[in-house]
Design a protein around this ligand. Structure first.
Ligand code: PNS
Length: 161
């Protein structure tokens, strides 16, 4: 049984939906490693370092840093990295079937490549409309994002201008 699970994502930025998945994963796994990964299908707004900082500060706001570590992966396969960390499981949250359609082939390839299993956690029904993309759109138009992200993320948007 794996004590460590990896939770990868773009986290551009981390949302309250991601934090809910992290908190619920900690009911199943002793330790979680959040890995900020580049998604080739997306042009990020925040740099990897800024995303790691937002994740770390958001976890600190929730007092989760004793059981969650944060890192970023610049190159190479995520599963190879996860295996090096000693994880055998990867966590993916999903909001709707659309997320599953996208994630399922990756989960199968990841298992083929390194034997790493993917555990899918359904998002809380109250979070199905929250996405990093929408948060960025609302923030860019000077809208209110405090329902969707932590105070640290709000500060990061203000600093970025
Ligand atoms: O938050 P996102 O953008 O939905 O996260 C997607 C991400 C980065 C987790 C996904 O693209 C991924 O798992 N990338 C890992 C890169 C990799 O190893 N690809 C080959 C395996 S199919």
């Amino acid at each position: 049984m794996s004590k460590l699970a990896v939770y990868p994502g773009s986290f551009d930025p981390i949302t309250l939906g991601h934090l809910d998945i992290i908190e619920r994963s900690l009911e199943v796994f002793e330790h979680l490693q959040v890995v900020v990964v580049h998604n080739p299908g997306k042009e990020p707004f925040f740099t990897p370092a800024q995303r790691v900082q937002m994740v770390t500060e958001s976890l600190a706001e929730r007092n989760l840093l004793s059981r969650v570590t944060v890192s970023s992966l610049d190159s190479g396969l995520l599963t190879t990295y996860a295996k090096k960390l000693g994880a055998t499981v990867m966590i993916k949250g999903f909001r709707t079937g659309v997320d599953i359609e996208y994630e399922l082939p990756m989960a199968r390839v990841n298992r083929d490549l390194t034997g790493i299993e993917t555990v899918f956690l359904p998002s809380d029904p109250g979070n199905t409309h929250i996405s990093s993309s929408l948060v960025k759109q609302v923030a860019a138009l000077d809208g209110e994002i405090s329902k969707y992200v932590t105070a640290s993320v709000i500060r990061a948007f203000k600093t970025k201008g």
